[in-house]
Design a protein around this ligand. Structure first.
Ligand code: 4NP
Length: 156
């Protein structure tokens, strides 16, 4: 058995977009019987949602949306992206351009080549807008889903 491909999704707070991507991709690969091919996590470029070392759960609106699509958020807690993740993961998929800049600063030049925007896998140059600010959670979910579908096509 080959080693799983290790993917880290990255956003600003790790309570909306990157948990959506982590939990949806886990659900997609499970349904496809491709679970063993991947190891998947998500993290934040800010420490806004980690308090005394304890990460916040998925934001209530994101959780409601995912649960409505049959995806549980149980156990997911926010964590901060660190330099140590740089050598551990194969790919860092960011939601927007600011995430790419911050992830590059955190991971350093050595692992900068592993950092991409998720929507580039859907052939798009745009960002997954932050629903914390737009309040359009369904739109962010659809953007994430398109990116993940493209990713799974390319990683086959
Ligand atoms: P996310 O959204 O980056 O998609 O998780 C955010 C959630 C919380 C905050 C910022 C963005 N915040 O500042 O707490």
């Amino acid at each position: 058995m080959t080693k799983p491909y290790k993917i880290m999704f990255v956003c600003l707070g790790n309570i909306c977009r990157s948990p959506m991507a982590e939990l949806l991709l886990k659900d997609m690969v499970k349904k496809l019987g491709r679970e063993a091919e991947f190891y998947i996590e998500s993290s934040a470029t800010s420490d806004e949602n980690v308090f005394n070392g304890v990460g916040a759960p998925v934001y209530s609106h994101t959780r409601t949306l995912l649960e409505g699509k049959g995806i549980s958020c149980a156990g997911k807690r926010a964590q901060v992206l660190t330099a140590e993740h740089g050598d551990e993961f194969d790919l860092f998929l960011c939601m927007d351009g600011a995430n790419v800049r911050n992830a590059t600063r955190i991971l350093g030049a050595k692992n900068a080549h592993k950092i991409k925007k998720l929507l580039s896998y859907a052939g798009e140059s745009g960002d997954v807008a932050d629903p914390w600010y737009t309040r359009d959670f369904e739109r962010s979910y659809q953007d994430v889903k398109r990116g993940l579908e493209g990713l799974l096509e390319i990683l086959r």
